[in-house]
Design a protein around this ligand. Sequence first.
Ligand code: PLP
Length: 772
Amino acid sequence: MEIYLDANATTPVLAQARAAALAVMDQDFGNPSSIHSTGLKARALMDAVRARARRVLGLNTGELLFLSGATEGIQTAVLSALGALRERRASSEGATADIRWLLYGATEHKAVPEALRHWNRLLGLDLEVKAIPVGEDGRHDLDWLRAHAAQAGMICTMAANNETGVISDLEGIAAVIADIGAPSDRTAHRPFWMVDGVQALGKLPLQLEARGIDYAPFSGHKLYAPKGIGLLYVRAGAPFTPLLAGGGQESALRSGTENMSGIAALGAVLAALEEGRDFRDGATLLAYRDRLTLALREAFPDLRFNAPPALCLPTTLNFSVPGLSSKLLLDLFDAADVRVSGGSACSAAKAQPSYVLEAMGLPASQTASAVRLSFGPAADDAFIREACARIRACGEALRENCLSPTGNQPLPADGVTRFVVDGACCWLIADAASRRCVVIDPLPELNDRLSQWLRCQGYALAAVLDTHSHGDHASSAATLRAAVPELLTPGEVDGLGWPLADGRHERLTALVLGDRRLTRLPIPGHTEDSTAYLLHESQGLTTAFVGDMVMPGALGRSDFDQSAPLAYRDSLRQLAEVVGPHCVLAPAHDYDNRFASTLSAESALQPLLAHALRGTLDAQAFAAAKAGLERHLALTEYQTMACGARVDSRRFEVDTEVDIAALRDLLERHPQARLIDVREPYEQRLSLLPDLPERGAGHRLQATPLSRLVDALPEWLSLPADQPLVFFCRSGNRSAQAALALRRLGHEAAFTLAGGLALWPKESALDSALYV
Ligand code: PLP
């Protein structure tokens, strides 16, 4: 069962609302403008729903229009108010010369400032559109408002915020506006006031008339009605300009044949609300929220709520978990079939922090890990019980993966894991048998996460290595070592962290981690001290950690003071001699999510590398050609210094997608095809798919988290190139990265499941087909 905790985004449709909509489509399909019986019936239904809505909103006066939703309501309100301001300005009525700005709360839904800017521009008003600051508690700064309100043409303040649930002090705002002038006193240019009531409908009394609110838009789909139906309240006497002109419906205030099935459905919801059916009272909702809060605190002991619960809707919780990103938490919840929303909208390159939380002054670390959990007032006890159980299971999955600050019960880690921060990569090599590990190229941003991981696993930290003295950041090796002194192997190390033999100033030849061995290979070029670390496993050399010497699509730059440009070519040739063309190269930077490279793949894409390896350029000519490439290096998309000139940064435009039907076909034709779940272990643990790791060898399903992709690469690249590898994840994004990485490295039969598990048919016959 899906636990849908994203009610502030939209709600399911209440059963009786669905039935009412169907009845309208099925039998009572009349046009309320028709004067025959079928039309009259439709009009009667519409009038009855409007009357009910007026009762629910406590309205005796003013207009209540049906329209498509809040965004349309907002446009209509803003157009009406700004149109009136323009007319007054033209007729010089009242003191309009003093009007300077259009004000909106800094945490308002984007529809509001965008509508203000749009109509301000179209109507040529040329007023300044200004955000009313909010305090740490998310509420409007009333002192600021008091200082600015008299010169405002319009003030827009939402009743409750969709991200945090913070309830505005409408009483306080009403008092500020009342101080400027009475609604009837037009000469005092009282600003028009819009209150976005979307998140308040059915949860808060708004007292629209008593407070002198001019406009209030609502959306049906936030309260169990379908999408496409909304309401707009317009105060009696408030100016009005129709957004849609035409057949004169809605008393010519909003033309266009009414959405009767939507109106009928909204009517059924309002009936349930009015009659106290299906909807819980405030005290019950608060008790539900308390239970969810308790479960969240158990799952994430150091979580922080991003708004004071006492000021919030009882149905919304916005929280952050230190050290865990919104994306990670979202994936985790989704794997447990719990739908929540990130406090931030994610762009492809970098998560955009929530402007709502930023406006409240929350630190970046907190906005980056924000999650919104919201339920609707029709939630019941069984739903909340199941939600709490799933939340607790999420906490358990984190503890098994060392992602909780306390109470971790780790599954022993083994192999190579990648951590990435803004294109910079850090590598962890763990050996479960010997309980030893090595960190390569630690990053300051990962210090807390890595030290927590190390303490949780309790593995001896054999070394913290850098592949070179980094130009774009100071090494955080010393900080990491200092964070876990109890796990550190004592002894002297060289400048890059490689251990020196006891009492001597000679380096150890190899670091031993059980059956794994790490050796070093100096490759001066990017810097004088550049070093590759070679990982030898029972099957031989598997991976070379080459720093910035060879990155996917680029060679490391060699124009730093500490670079050795004339040594670069020979170091590349030396590397090729030792590791060969097909060894997996793990880089220190990977701006395009290619994960790893091989000399063979890179030579095909980087002509300069091909020349170096073929020996068609001498060291001097190579250095000169390379300097040419590096002359005007721009910052990366992460606004960090580029560590090399990218010659292959284009998007790798190949279609790797297969849908479910194509997958079934592929599995039939290729019995040896593999299906690879690239979600992280904490997600796989919660998944409703058959338990992947426990199915044993010989099965088609394989669990290889994206962070462990490089660990699996040596084996996958040794498979026949036509053996299909089909990657899947939650949405198809991560699996697409994996498939593209494999294709780029020469494994042509790499695919991604289009749409991911989100589109996977439940109870599909495919599940049984997945096992040989
Ligand atoms: N205002 C608020 C507070 C909202 O939460 C939303 C929807 O997310 C809107 C306005 C816009 O509503 P709709 O997209 O239904 O037009």
